[in-house]
Write a protein of this length. Sequence first.
Length: 134
Amino acid sequence: MTTVFGAYGRNYTTRVAALADWFENKDFYDTRTRLAVNRQDIGDDVVIRYGKGLTKVTDVRKGDFEAYEKAKAADRAMRPQYTDFDAWMADLDKACIAEIGLGYSDLPDWDFRTAFDDGIDPVTAAKGVIADAF
C-alpha cells in the first residue's frame, strides 16, 4: 500500500477534501519516492496523510470510489438548480467576495457561461476562478 500526501502545497484539513481530490485524479506526492502520483497511476489502494503536520490518516479502498460517486450525486441533487444566468453570476460574485474579498469582475476573465451551462454551482465556480487567478 502506498502512502501519499497533497502535492503542490495542498494541505487538506478534512478527510472529505482529501478524498475528493484523490478521486478527481489530482496529484499527490508518494511519501517514499517524493514523486507526484495520482489515482490513475496507482489505483485506489492507498493511505492519504492530511491535516496539520500530516498527522491524520485515511485509507482509500477499492469500494470507496462508488460510495464517493453516490455522495457526490446526492450533493448535486441537493444544490439549487439555476435557470437564470444573472442570478447564478450574482451568487458567484457573493462567493468570491466571501472567499477573498474581491468580486469576479476584479479577477481575470474566466469561462463563466460554460460553467453555468455545465451545471456547476456558483461556489464551486468561484473556487475555480480564484484558483486560476492565484
